[in-house]
Design a protein around this ligand. Sequence first.
Ligand code: MLT
Length: 312
Amino acid sequence: MYKVLISDAMSNVADQIFNDKGIEVDVITGLSEQELINIIPEYDGLLVRSATTVTADILAAATKLKAIARAGAGVDNIDCARARENGVVVMNTPGGNTNATAEHAFALIMAALRKIPFADETTHKGEWQKKAIKGVELSKKTLGIVGFGNIGARLSHLVSGFDVNVLVCSKSLESRQAEFPHVTNVSFDELLAQSDIISFHGKAAADGKPLVNKEHLAKMKSSAIIINAARGNMVDESDLNDALNEGLIAGAAIDVFSTEPAKENVLFNNPKAILTPHLGASTAEASIVVAEMAANQVADVLQNNVEIHVVN
Ligand code: MLT
């Protein structure tokens, strides 16, 4: 009988799928690297979200392991190259949390433009800050989307009722432009200079180097806001903090951090930064879909030799 480990919290729809398919499943979360190394030799499959880091040492101990599924999109917590060398297929669940993440980015845009967190905090305290809080409308603004994959494309559709001018900087758009008549492809510098809001939805660079630093922030409008619901190291946090303090840009709403869970961060307590704890995919709907996809994909590899959404 095949045996699968679920090492991060996820919808119990995943364990139900394994039970139904006659695959033994253990759900053990919060394991240290050493604890995982000790037990991984028992398992044929592994399901993770982002809390488990699948290191080369864990993979070296995983003598039976055939498949790892990431319930989510990003696989930066898995040593994919090492897994491939060891004959372990790594899969993600593309599309499973696309809408959830695009909607969170949209919520962050509106929260920043209308200063909702400050309004909420001060109203709870009995301060009536009505005169101090003047928002900005999304309507007729220019939204720059960096990374035009599933999530960026979904965001471009979500804002379509707001007469927003959508700019993207995408090498692959040329062949897909017919599908996206509502977006304009421009250079990265044009996107930086023309956008009122810039929202990040790409992958972080493999070398971990931020895509955006002080030099880029200086090219933006002083009224612009940055939204990052992709990966923390896409925008240099220290440069972003300086840019907010020096008035190079007006605000930021950030869901992802260079180190997560973020216990300390240079952006903490900056009043121009709205921060959320990597909630992009955290919806009732998406958590079920990604768990379901991940479990079915691992079961398919083990029982039917079928591999989909392979990333390594
Ligand atoms: C993802 O990569 O799918 C997202 O960042 C969501 C998550 O891991 O929570």
